[in-house]
Design a protein. Sequence first.
Length: 368
Amino acid sequence: MQTIYWNLHADADSDNKAEVLQAAGRLLRQGEVVAFPTETVYGLGADGLNGAAVAKIFAAKGRPADNPLILHIARKEDILPLTSGLTANARALMEAFWPGPLTLIVDKSQLIPDEVSAGLATVGVRMPSHPVAAGLIAATGRPIAAPSANISGKPSPTDAQAVWDDMQGKIAGIIDGGSCGIGVESTVVDTTAAVPMILRPGGITREMLEAVLGAVEVDPALGGQGDFKPKAPGMKYRHYAPQAAMYLFEGEAAMQIPAVAAKAAAQGIRTGVLCSEKIAAQLPQAENMLVSAWGQDTQALAEKLYSLLRGFDKQQAELIVAEGVGEDGLGLAVMNRLRKAAGYQIVTVSDGRLCAKSGTLLPEFMLK
Ligand code: TXA
Ligand code: MG
């Protein structure tokens, strides 16, 4: 399949924007798949009320059939036909955070194809704030079902090049709207429970939700340890994963990244280092060392996280050592993605020595 590439980048001729959105909307109404930018990550869109069109998304991504999709709408009231009823909490969150990076899990209506909800009684709905996403949904005139536009298991795409790398030849079109601002996916909140629960941390933080709702729970299964099954089916997969073996250095362990990375590189291992400017300043220049510094704060890390992980794949890193951040604000989402990317290979410090969480064996160069 020939994939059309539309460039709506900031410096491109903006006069053609309406035309591009009309053309892409027409393809979506015809049951084709089109990728588009949102404020979080790029989405892989299809007509959300057409089961056969939605099935094409699963085929293009190689996505397990038990993982439901989010429906994207352009106006708040467009949620009403999609749900059998909204709780007071759902209404409060729509008022506070839509349009924006928040997905509400609500009871579904008869309109929702099984392909979207993967057999669940609920459906996820979100109203994105990105002007291209909003314009595309309006031009299509239907809710757009869209997961992140990556091949399943790879880091989500935050620019159109990453979408092209994964989806070229598999889908009808890609709209390039530049880089996504937030960089991690939307927060998914189950609004059907008595106490609303965060099923996936994201762009709207726990603190922001609590300011509106009071008490909010976080799905206890997100820690990755124990036998709990996450309530968002997608959270059980080893997602966001680069090809290299990745270790996440949490807390004080981060201070030892320069020494560990130097040793690994000296042994001839192509070592990617994902860290703040502060740690990067302490890294020696070395062959085999690929340094990706994200800057000072968690927001900068969120914005660059997926493209830096994809960059390590392109540079064929064999090992990635990454610095963790605090879990307040956007940190909860970033640490969730980093831990998953690392396959829960987490390194901490005990009695001044590096040690791993149970179940992880540390390579010899980390031990001495
Ligand atoms: O920011 C985002 O949310 C992006 C952009 C494109 O909007 N989309 C996205 O979709 O991240 P996806 O499919 O990659 O992730 C959706 C997550 C999955 O973990 C899925 O299992 C969960 O939401 N989910 C969807 N519907 C659900 C439902 N009814 N109940 C529980 N979890 C649900
Ligand atoms: Mg995804």
